[in-house]
Each structure stands twice: as structure tokens, then as C-alpha cells.
Design a protein around this ligand. Structure first.
Ligand SMILES: C[S@@+](CC[C@H](N)C(=O)[O-])C[C@H]1O[C@@H](n2cnc3c(N)ncnc32)[C@H](O)[C@@H]1O
Length: 371
């Protein structure tokens, strides 16, 4: 029986399940889920098991907020023999389409992390056997977005529609075997881009903005929307991790925060620090980018972000919505529905993408642009 597997941040399984249940419904797919809080994994079983393949073609993966990665699981093998793990895995893959790429994954949990060494060790033998059986391409293609070097990878790139195999290990003898379709899945194993902390950046949250640009924009959009000489406002900027990213792109930045900004960043000459309130500050002239990492009620932050976009104070926005409440998906849904209603009422077209990033904790990150 096939079912959908979704990876999410540990502790957010119920939100991920509530969202996939909601978003499957318009495609005529209903189902039920299995979650254990802390597993970092959701199993979604459509009532009609044949519907799952249709769902992963019709529902846009990028529209899911809480899912980091997904694939259709065709088997859950929970009693693999340590002497022959590959036999049953090959048996499952031999009933499926041949694959262009393969990933070995595990949930992003403390127990899961202990499996990463095992996955690395198992990777070569698994690939060799699958290639020999002609179930995996002899030369695997590369993802065209890998970490910070996203725009500079050369080689034979994956194409939309290519089939990716997934082996998601839950223990050394327990694996979910499945496939996803390139172009409608996360580009990264487990949905997590590997980013290196830039040592000059003033705070670790710098990685949140870097990941947001990677996860929420395509490589073409990054080239076109992020340009040298642009202007930006950073609301709730101190000590300057996000400002650092904007400066690093060659922008002039107005950083709004009562707290102190990193001195080296100020010495760049590209930053104006204003000790003002993020909820009342208004730029003298429109800017290209507005980013906001203020910790406050999500609806209050969303209202302010909406004002910036509707008033044309910025063209592009990236902001965080902190979600300390229990029912996070209903809250996110309510906020986005109101956003939509208000933009519609103002006759303004916009595009919104949101994700709970790897570097997000109890929050999600949103990218919005006016069209
Ligand atoms: C999570 S920190 C921002 C970290 C920053 N993005 C970085 O990368 O270094 C949140 C910041 O928002 C600021 N803040 C909170 N409420 C604010 C408000 N109403 N106006 C301006 N800044 C505010 C806090 O002073 C704090 O520095």
C-alpha cells in the first residue's frame, strides 16, 4: 500500500499532518495520518491508495509550509536482516520506475542523526546493486541547487520529471522505500540545505535569511531579485545577522533596532542604524527589500508586512512569523487567508511562499513579492 511520507521539524508533526490533510482535500484526496510527536516524520494514508501518486503530481510541494521533504512510500520494511538488507529493498524498487538519483535519509531527530554514518556506509553498496539491476542510472545527475554554491554548480543536472529514489532509515533494520519526482520535491536530502556559518556574520540567525533565499526563491529569481546597489530595510536587526547578508549582496541597509549593531558591520559604511520602533518606522523612499525578524505576535507582524507591501514601501519582503501557540497550522492559515483577502480587496497581485526552514525554531519564514 503506498502512502505519503513528509519530513518536518521534530515536534511539528501534527501541524504538518493538519496542513497536508487540508491541502489534499481540493484535489479530492482524503486520508488519515500517523504521527508521533518528536518523530520528525508524518505518514499520510489517502483512503484511496492510488490517489497518492496523483497528489504528488498535482499538489505543489513548494506550497507546503511545514513539510521539508516528501516522497511516496511503496513499502515500510521493518524487519530487515542485517545480513541482507538490500534484497528486500531491490525487490521493492524493481516494481517501480527506474531512478535517475537516489538519496539515503533519516529523520532530523537525535536518534535519526545517529543513523547518518550508517546511511553514508550503506550508500555505495546500495547504489552498486541498484545500478547493476538497472534500477538506478549509471551516472547520477546533480541537483542544480546545492547549498551556498547554488548558482555555480556545473555538470549533468536533474530535470523536472526525473525520478528520485528515497531510502529513509528509521533504524538499521527499518526503512521506508519510496520515490519522488524531481521538480516537485525539495532539492536537498531531508529538505535541509547544508550551509556554512560565515565567520564574519554577527549572529547565527544570518543562516535563516540565507536559507530563506535558497528555499523560497529559484536560482533565476535570486539572480533577478537580489542585485548589487539595491536598498533594504532590516526590522529588528540587532546584532546584524540579516543585515550582514544584505550588505554581503552589496545593498545599502537601514537597520531598525533599539539594540546595538555589530561594529564591523557598521564600519562597512553600507549600514544606517536607526533606534526606532519596527512597527511604526516608515522608509523615506521605497526600498527594494524589507526583512523582519522581530519576535512578536504573528498577526501583528503580518499586518505590518502587509502595509509595507500594499503601500509599495518595498518590492520584496522576507519575514518570520513566530508560532508559540499549540495549533500552528490553523493560525498560519488564518493569517494567510486574511493576507489574501486584503490584497484582493486592494486589487494588488502578489506571490507568497512560506516554509518552516531548517534554521527556524518555533517559527516559519515567509517571502512575499508584489507582482
Ligand atoms: C531575533 S532578534 C533579530 C536577530 C537579527 N535578525 C540577526 O540576524 O542578528 C530580534 C530583534 O528584534 C528587536 N525588536 C523587537 N521588537 C522590536 C521593535 N518593536 N522595534 C524594533 N526592534 C525590535 C530586538 O531588539 C531584537 O534585536
Amino acid at each position: 500500500m503506498s502512502f505519503l511520507v513528509l519530513f518536518c521539524r521534530a515536534g511539528f508533526e501534527k501541524d504538518c499532518l493538519a496542513e497536508i490533510t487540508d491541502k489534499s482535500f481540493p484535489f479530492g484526496v482524503t486520508g488519515y495520518g500517523k504521527v508521533n510527536s518528536g518523530d520528525g516524520l508524518v505518514r499520510f494514508y489517502p483512503h484511496d491508495p492510488t490517489a497518492v501518486e496523483r497528489l504528488v503530481k498535482q499538489l505543489n510541494f513548494a506550497d507546503l509550509v511545514f513539510a521539508r521533504q516528501w516522497f511516496v512510500a511503496y513499502a515500510e520494511l521493518d524487519d530487515l536482516s542485517e545480513q541482507d538488507r538490500l534484497g528486500p529493498i531491490v525487490e521493492v524498487f524493481s516494481t517501480l520506475k527506474p531512478m535517475q538519483t537516489l538519496v539515503l535519509e533519516h529523520p532530523d531527530t537525535n536518534e535519526g542523526k545517529q543513523l547518518s554514518k550508517f546511511c553514508r556506509k550503506f550508500s555505495n553498496p546500495a547504489r552498486q546493486v541498484l545500478r547493476k539491476q538497472k534500477l538506478l542510472a549509471a551516472k547520477e545527475k546533480m541537483s542544480n541547487t546545492t547549498g551556498s554554491h547554488a548558482d555555480s554548480v556545473v555538470g549533468s543536472h536533474i530535470q523536472p520529471g526525473d525520478i528520485r529514489g528515497h531510502l529513509c532509515f528509521l533504524s538499521g533494520t527499518h526503512v521506508l522505500v519510496g520515490q519522488s519526482i524531481e521538480g516537485n520535491t525539495s532539492l536537498w536530502e531531508m529538505g535541509v540545505p547544508r550551509l556554512k556559518f560565515p565567520s564574519e556574520a554577527p549572529s547565527r540567525s544570518t543562516l535563516k535569511l540565507e536559507e530563506a533565499w535558497l528555499q523560497l526563491m529559484t536560482a533565476e529569481e535570486r539572480m533577478s531579485f537580489l542585485k548589487l546597489g539595491q536598498t533594504a530595510v532590516d526590522l529588528g536587526a540587532a546584532p546584524g545577522g540579516w543585515t550582514w547578508q544584505l550588505v554581503n549582496k552589496g545593498m545599502k541597509v537601514w537597520s531598525i533596532d533599539n539594540g546595538p549593531m555589530n561594529q564591523a558591520l557598521m564600519d562597512s559604511g553600507q549600514v544606517v542604524h536607526l533606534r526606532e520602533d519596527a512597527f511604526t518606522y516608515k522608509p523615506k523612499r521605497p526600498v527594494d527589500w524589507m526583512v523582519c525578524d522581530v519576535v512578536d505576535q504573528p498577526s501583528k507582524v503580518a499586518d505590518r508586512m502587509q502595509r509595507w507591501l500594499l503601500e509599495r514601501w518595498c518590492r520584496y519582503a522576507v519575514f518570520n512569523l513566530k508560532l508559540p501557540m499549540k495549533q500552528r497550522w490553523p493560525e498560519v492559515k488564518r493569517i494567510f487567508e486574511r493576507f489574501d483577502a486584503d490584497f484582493m480587496a486592494a486589487g494588488v497581485q502578489y506571490e507568497l511562499r512560506a516554509k518552516q526552514l531548517y534554521h527556524d525554531r518555533e517559527e516559519i519564514t515567509v517571502f512575499v513579492r508584489r507582482l
